[in-house]
Ligand binder design. Sequence first.
Ligand SMILES: Nc1nc2c(ncn2[C@@H]2O[C@H](COP(=O)(O)OP(=O)(O)OP(=O)(O)O)[C@@H](O)[C@H]2O)c(=O)[nH]1
Ligand SMILES: [Mg+2]
Length: 225
Amino acid sequence: EIKKIFIDKGLYKYPVSLTDQPGEADSTGRDREHATNLVTYLRGIEFIHAIVLVKNYQDARISETYQNMLKNLESMLGRDVWKHMIIVMTRVEGPKAKKAPEYGKEFSNKIREILKLTKEEAPLPVLGLSNFNEQYLEPLQILINELVPQLGKFHCDTLHSPLEELENELVAKIRKTDAAFAKYDEARQELDGLYARLITTEQRLKSLELSWIFKIKKQINGHAS
Ligand SMILES: Nc1nc2c(ncn2[C@@H]2O[C@H](COP(=O)(O)OP(=O)(O)OP(=O)(O)O)[C@@H](O)[C@H]2O)c(=O)[nH]1
Ligand SMILES: [Mg+2]
């Protein structure tokens, strides 16, 4: 489901290898699967330069789902990912278009606030565009010719997929449960041992008591005769 596109040098100053990820937080609830696919794919290609976060300018809200998506992205790709993140706002058109630069800054600031990132950790440059009348070409040229080359390599060979993380968690939990069971068995055996000792002691006490009673009875009988 990940689409790969290669654009040869010409339209932009550099050849571009593009990977398109299916939308996050989609209604089918397959985010985890998509994320796992992405991580597997990225590990295979060793490094990338940039990750482009595409945001619809006409739906500018940062919902809770969106915030969770950002947090998942960080836990999957690591905190360094923000240094390689570029935000592209689409649908910058109509009466609201004039406010796009201002909104772009606000958007970056909010993301930094949510994830407690400094400007150095997350520069988060924003580009606005619209796919009307080829109005996207200039911003994309800025993106590929100027912004991306500054970023350097983002190595992907040590990434963890959410599925692997879950598996690791599960193995750790099973180990913990096994250890707890072993301890329980040990305690149980100790308890059984103590119980057995209690019974023998009780029996010994009883037989002692009996022999005392027996002796006393004998003495009484002796006096009587
Ligand atoms: N008017 C307008 N329409 C746009 C713009 N950008 C994208 N669209 C349209 O919005 C629709 C969805 O765009 P996609 O690029 O498929 O969106 P997506 O985020 O990749 O969607 P998923 O991959 O399904 O998550 C398409 O019909 C696009 O033509 C824009 O800047 N202006
Ligand atoms: Mg898409």
